[in-house]
Design a binder for this molecule. Structure first.
Ligand SMILES: C[S@@+](CC[C@H](N)C(=O)[O-])C[C@H]1O[C@@H](n2cnc3c(N)ncnc32)[C@H](O)[C@@H]1O
Length: 246
């Protein structure tokens, strides 16, 4: 487990100078998540962007959501330093692993996490930490790829993802109620199969593909995937702390 986490971090560290040029899908999902959130609320006292990466999601969040205070958290020092240069001094960057305890109970009003929680080794534990950080009427908004993502790639070369139902179960067990959900699909086309995999490496999402880039690429893709493409299947969740609804 420790080795897996270090490997994940290493791949993200390496993407520090390419991430921003290759993250159009992440940005689209982020915009969509903020739109869904704005149907519920637009104004929060204290908010935190977990797994903020190079700060692209934090920038979008602070522009569109009224707030008094904002934290940007990531465990990759390389990505966080890009974020720190880009974000205004009103945002507090914190180098931290989101699977460990960071804030006191009931200190946050909004927790945001764009395309980061698929990397949690124990998702339910992370949800429980988040639940504890939120105040009584707090929101958790996150997006993550779900089972069914990249149908073009053979199972053995994909990072294992949870099904939508499994994520909902973990949320329920952790004291969250889902108030908005959307399954976001997007197909990206490429010049070659290699370019498709390289696009993932450039955003650091290649912990399970490292080997793939060294083998015959036709073996990585399913037989009927003739046109080089990747189909993203991402769950977007807007949740409320359970006791807020009682
Ligand atoms: C796909 S990037 C998303 C970055 C940003 N939210 C965005 O929308 O561009 C995923 C991020 O999750 C971070 N990450 C993965 N596991 C993490 C962990 N356990 N603790 C903190 N950050 C983590 C990575 O360092 C990376 O910056």
């Amino acid at each position: 487990m420790v080795n897996l986490k270090s490997a994940i971090k290493r791949q993200f560290d390496k993407s520090f100078d390419t991430y921003d040029r290759y993250c159009s899908l992440q940005n689209e999902v982020c915009d969509h998540s903020i739109q869904l959130l704005k149907k519920q609320a637009t104004d929060f006292e204290v908010m935190a962007d977990f797994a903020c990466g190079t700060g692209e999601s934090t920038l979008r969040l602070i522009e569109r959501i009224t707030h008094r205070q904002c934290y940007a958290i990531d465990f990759s020092d390389k990505l966080l330093s890009v974020a720190a240069h880009k974000l205004p001094s009103t945002v507090h960057p914190i180098l931290f692993d989101f699977e460990n305890n960071l804030f006191e109970a009931q200190t946050l009003d909004l927790i945001f996490c764009n395309m980061g929680l698929q990397w949690a080794l124990d998702l339910e534990k992370t949800f429980k930490l988040f639940q504890n950080y939120l105040n009584q009427s707090g929101y958790l908004v996150f997006s993550m790829p779900v089972k069914g993502n990249f149908p073009e790639i053979k199972q053995g070369f994909k990072y294992p993802l949870l099904a939508q139902e499994e994520i909902s179960k973990h949320l329920e067990q952790s004291g969250f109620q889902v108030v908005e959900f959307c399954l976001y699909h997007s197909v990206r086309c490429f010049e070659s199969h290699k370019e498709a995999l390289v696009s993932l490496k450039k955003v650091g999402a290649n912990v399970s593909f490292q080997q793939a880039l060294r083998v015959n690429l036709r073996d990585v893709f399913v037989e009927d995937c003739v046109d080089p493409r990747l189909t993203y299947c991402v769950g977007i969740y807007v949740c409320r702390k359970e006791n807020a609804l009682c």
